[in-house]
Design a protein around this ligand. Structure first.
Ligand code: BGC
Length: 532
């Protein structure tokens, strides 16, 4: 598998199942909420600071796994001892989440002052959010991880946008070849996009006589020195193209346009989280945080410039600036988040081992791989797939168990877990699974998916606490995990309650769409007004 390109079928059957499921989920959620609200009420008189946050015990949800002396284990049930052991490994309870959030606030402060923090806290030079009345048509490029897109975004001045786009897969060869080949590919996609515009009838000659301006969403950690220049700090998410690290991403792109004799100037270099924040603020002005939960993960938020003590430039009268936290690298020194041996195995299998380790617990690029390592281990100990586990060659192929499979497994509520069987037997080639095997597989997906959601929530709780916005703000969230992975958003909301108590009610977690395309266009369009 090249990467976790989430491809989710929209077949009616799935939609109906999802619909039925969400009714069930809503019911469970309401019941959980009641219990949590009761706990939160007990804490309501306390100040809403991370040091005194409401704590709830996530273990309650695992009680059904604990064997009861009088209860005979049915052959259809997974072994309770296996479940309890794994649950214990992957559990991050409310107390721990609070500690994690507190540590993140401390690292954020450190990163605003120096470069000596796991959180890079990169000043983006974007100093204002849009008002929603901006108009015009702008070009944007978006390199996220799995895909590359070329977009033309038209802003209607009332918070609405229209987008024409072309989408291209970035193959493993391109990701791991030369930097020049990668950037030539981007330039070629832009060329074809411009030439295919029926309305404007752009010709080859126009490409080098007319000037085209664009915003470039480049979703990797860059040391951003101005609104349109930034040096790549290191690749992640499966990229390792040569001659790029330490170089200015805008110069690399601009050079590729020159090689094609195209007159394109890059007026803004944008991280996808910044784009998400800015574009969500275009329609929801109370947005102060942009988060990506997809192939990779990260967050950007609005910080007071006076707090960014490492920022030495003249902010030209601006008071706030968007900070790209690069939270994927949070806790790389491994002091606060409990890791399992499976997490370490996943990390060791990456090109950037020992870095971006928070991302490796959360994002779509890695969740399936964590799950695969657990399954491989259980096959070895004889705790799962006794009939056919050792016969499956696919199970031992790195990344063969996709995060999209976990999503599909968690969505299966049939009595015999028939879709789980399809994933295991047809896609993973594990013959003869039992119902107990399938239930155990599903429970493992739940544990890993739930941990990812809860850790992301701890990150958001830390950011809103740092911003002092516990009295209310909107968080725009984009990415396939938040949008499509079953229960992800509800699990995040539960965890936010455990960390922040009643204040969590004031934080709106909202689906953001296409921040990478629209945000880059907005920032490019408004470079003069929005940036310093
Ligand atoms: C990158 C971030 C990006 C995130 C989401 C991470 O791997 O380092 O810059 O925002 O992925 O795409």
């Amino acid at each position: 598998m090249s990467n976790n390109d989430f491809t989710y079928g929209l077949a009616t059957g799935i939609a109906i199942c999802a619909g039925l499921f969400s009714l069930g989920a809503a019911f469970v959620y309401i019941n959980n909420q009641r219990a949590k609200n009761a706990k939160a009420a007990a804490h309501a008189s306390q100040p809403l600071a991370l040091s005194s946050i409401a704590v709830s015990d996530d273990r309650a949800s695992t009680s059904s796994f604990v064997p009861n002396e009088t209860h005979k284990i049915s052959p259809d049930e997974p072994n309770p001892a296996t479940l309890v052991r794994l649950q214990h490994l992957f559990e991050v309870n409310g107390d721990k989440l609070s500690q994690i959030a507190k540590h993140m606030v401390a690292e954020m402060k450190k990163g605003l002052a120096t470069d000596d923090s796991t959180l890079k806290m990169i000043p983006t030079h974007v100093v204002r959010r849009p008002k929603g009345d901006e108009t015009g048509s702008y070009l944007a490029l978006d390199l996220g991880g799995t895909n590359f897109r070329v977009c033309e975004v038209t802003l209607d001045g009332r918070g609405g946008t229209r987008v024409r786009q072309s989408k291209h897969t970035v193959t493993d060869d391109l990701k791991n070849g030369t930097g020049a080949a990668l950037f030539d590919f981007f330039a070629e996609c832009v060329k074809q996009f411009l030439l295919s515009d029926d309305q404007k009838e752009v010709t080859d000659k126009d490409l080098h006589t007319n000037e085209f301006k664009l915003g470039f969403t480049f979703s990797f950690a860059v040391n951003q020195v101005s609104i349109n220049s930034g040096f790549l700090m290191g690749w992640n998410k499966g990229f390792s193209a040569s001659d790029c690290v330490g170089k200015d991403a805008v110069v690399l792109l601009q050079d590729a346009f020159k090689r094609k004799r195209m007159n394109v100037s890059v007026t803004a270099l944008v991280n996808d989280t910044t784009g998400t924040l800015v574009s969500h603020a275009y329609s929801a002005p109370d947005t102060y945080v942009g988060v990506i939960l997809g192939t990779g993960t990260n967050a950007a938020y609005v910080e007071k410039i006076e707090n960014i003590t490492k920022y030495k430039k003249d902010p030209a009268g601006a008071k706030d600036m968007i900070i790209n936290t690069e939270w994927g690298a949070f806790d790389d020194e491994m002091v606060v988040i409990p890791r399992t041996k499976y997490d370490h195995k996943v990390d060791r299998g990456t090109a950037n081992a020992k870095s971006w380790t928070f991302e490796k617990l959360i994002s779509g690029m890695y969740l399936g791989e964590i799950c695969r390592y657990v399954l491989v281990d259980l096959v070895k100990t004889g705790e799962i797939y006794i009939a056919g586990g050792s016969k499956s060659k696919t199970l031992s192929v790195p990344h063969a168990f996709e995060t999209a499979f976990m999503s599909r497994i968690e969505r299966d509520h049939s009595l015999d877990l028939s879709d789980v069987r399809t994933v295991l037997e047809d896609l993973m080639h594990i013959p003869g699974t039992t119902l107990a095997d399938r239930r155990l597989t599903k429970a493992i997906c739940e544990m890993i998916g739930k941990r990812a959601a809860r850790l992301s929530a701890a990150g958001i709780a830390a950011i809103v606490t740092k911003m002092n916005k516990l009295d209310g703000c909107t968080v725009g969230i984009d990415g396939s995990l938040f949008e499509l992975y079953p229960h992800f958003s509800n699990r995040m909301r539960d965890a936010m309650h455990e960390i922040l108590g009643f204040s969590a009610e004031n934080i709106v977690l909202e689906q953001a769409r296409d921040g990478s395309g629209q945000g880059a266009a907005l920032i490019a369009a408004l470079a003069g007004k929005l940036t310093a």
